[in-house]
Design a protein around this ligand. Sequence first.
Ligand SMILES: C[S@@+](CC[C@H](N)C(=O)[O-])C[C@H]1O[C@@H](n2cnc3c(N)ncnc32)[C@H](O)[C@@H]1O
Length: 240
Amino acid sequence: MPELIGIGVGPGDPELLTVKAVNAIHNADVIMCPASKEDRPSIALSVVSSLIEKSKNQEIIRLIFPMTKDKELLEAAWKKNAYIMAEKVLEGKNVVYLTVGDPYLYSTWMYMHKEIKRNHPAMKISAIPGIVSIFTFASKVGISIAEGAEKVSIIPSCYDLSTVKEIAKNSETMVFLKDGRYFDQVVDLLKESGFPDNSVFAIGQDLGTENEIIRKLTLGEVTDGTLTTKYFSILVVKRV
Ligand SMILES: C[S@@+](CC[C@H](N)C(=O)[O-])C[C@H]1O[C@@H](n2cnc3c(N)ncnc32)[C@H](O)[C@@H]1O
């Protein structure tokens, strides 16, 4: 029976793919991946490019998911892409959809899954987890995300940050994803919240790629200025 599989390809290093993900990619007739624009590369596809065998004639389809907060535009893209995906499975093809990190953390996969499940309840759909950017970063920097009774918050920085100060008061570790361009604002809020100056402050950019940058200091050592300008950035702040 043809099936659709959402695959987490991890943070960027092809060696951080699971064996299950590699097998599913090899067995696929069609490989789909997200891109933000027609002329932009798909990061998820670039992670697995060395695995794709030209000789097998696997069809590769880039699906455009615009980087916008406009709900109407987003929903239109989800519907269109879910339709393209489902049609290929209905043609009898094994389809995989590649997504950075894990498919169930801020990924386009979950919208595809919901939409296709609603329209085709009998379709075989599954997911293969991937290594999440947060834990890749923790391993690289050598900081634990949580110990004992510690509480962790995960915050997407490009949305409303008005609750950050309150959350900071109730978290030992705070992880900020989705867009390093907002990290300067986050630092101001953390300082205003009274998060201790001696807290570990670690930033990672383009993890697992040749452009990777990692910085580790304390919150008190952070001075004004642009910390990172990259969307693919992660910030972990942890009380000591
Ligand atoms: C749309 S979310 C996808 C998260 C992904 N599904 C995961 O499990 O890590 C994109 C955000 O994840 C983080 N991210 C994912 N991969 C990263 C990488 N290789 N380096 C730095 N940050 C990364 C960044 O915060 C980025 O803005």
